[in-house]
Design a protein around this ligand. Structure first.
Ligand code: ZN
Ligand code: ZN
Length: 131
């Protein structure tokens, strides 16, 4: 495990995150993610208590996912940049990968909900997995 730093575009939210050497990274092409941020998103599966962040600076938005599961999105209260998403079904917290200051560690990613709802112009040759 190594520590990495990140934050939002306005600089209000800063965090430190512990990540494994083998990262679990997903490109999510689902409609919910698209509607939340305006495009495909990339997230990193976090271990419990992996992130240190001042939660008072984060706003939250809850909605029900495709199969009726609660999903909670954390974003910067000031600039609204997405920081984290919590999926109740798996009791897992995910970090929006683009919030890392250094993205050179993101070598590969699995694509989820690609067949269902990817942008027609986006041809992906990397791993596609079905959930
Ligand atoms: Zn911000
Ligand atoms: Zn999604």
């Amino acid at each position: 495990m190594k520590k990495y730093k990140g934050g939002c575009i306005c600089g209000e939210v800063k965090f430190t995150v512990n990540l494994d050497d083998k990262l679990r990274v997903y490109n999510c092409h689902c409609i919910d993610c698209r509607k939340k941020v305006g495009g495909m998103i990339t997230i990193i599966d976090l271990r419990e208590d992996a992130i240190e962040v001042d939660k008072t600076k984060l706003g939250t938005y809850e909605h029900l996912g495709g199969s009726g599961n609660l999903i909670k999105k954390y974003y910067c209260k000031k600039c609204t940049a997405p920081i984290l998403t919590y999926v109740d079904k798996w009791k897992k917290l995910y970090l929006y990968a683009g919030m890392l200051d250094d993205i050179s560690i993101l070598k590969t990613a699995n694509n989820i909900y690609y067949e269902d709802s990817h942008f027609p112009f986006m041809e992906i040759k990397e791993n596609k997995i079905k959930l």
